[in-house]
Design a binder for this molecule. Sequence first.
Ligand code: GLP
Length: 267
Amino acid sequence: MKILICPDAASARSVAARVLKRQIAKKPSSVLGLATGRTMEAIYQLLVTDHREKNLDFSSVTTFNLDEYVGLDGLHEQSYRYYMDKYLFSQVNIHANRTHIPNGAALDANAEADAYETAITQAGGIDLQLLGLGQNGHIGFNEPLSSQRCRTRAVTLAQITLEQNSEMFGGNQAHVPSRAITMGIATILESHAALLVVTGPAKADIVAQVIEEPVTAMVPGSALQFHPSCLIVLDEDAASSLCGRSTINWQMAHDPELTGLVQDHDD
Ligand code: GLP
């Protein structure tokens, strides 16, 4: 695990966007795993700006999103398909048929999940998986109690997730679907590289559990400790409950990948 703590949320988002841009530059036909949520909106905005101003080229990129609500089709404004079209896909030169999000309206959610997992394999696996973190430690929609060996499947959302995501459903928890299709933890751990981005004081305690506590199914994000190539980008607020700052600071100052990411020579 590598940890990069940025002074503020804006610089954390810039670093995250830089990681994605460098991945596309290194391999134009990259398979990107993408995430949704408030944290990601500004990251996608940075990519859109680079596409417009610096010709960041998505024409050969393939994407697989982490998750989708069961019961919502892509035209529903709170679906993750709608979110991705709005914040990224409609604003860059990506081919629509290379963008993949589980079909929340599929009649058989489990069959849809199996087909999604197969499609990821057929695409050659995910080169770089972007991740956010729920306040209960979920990654994708892998809620507490998720096995580290679980794969793409239909899941029941935790009560706290329904509460937190109700903001996007007019503040009414009853309108938030209670089921979702999500990539599994094993699916996420098989990505060649993972990038977890977390900002804000509300997630400080769960970030400390993800990074510094033993791996447990109760904190699904802690499984990232087993990822062979995981970069975690935080702002100071999200990092404020970490105990091991001296270890992290040493790594930040001496690891060439991390020092190189702070430099913005490709921007
Ligand atoms: C949703 C997504 C997660 C995401 C989380 C965090 O629940 N399914 O993949 O990590 O939101 O969202 P936010 O960035 O809005 O806190």
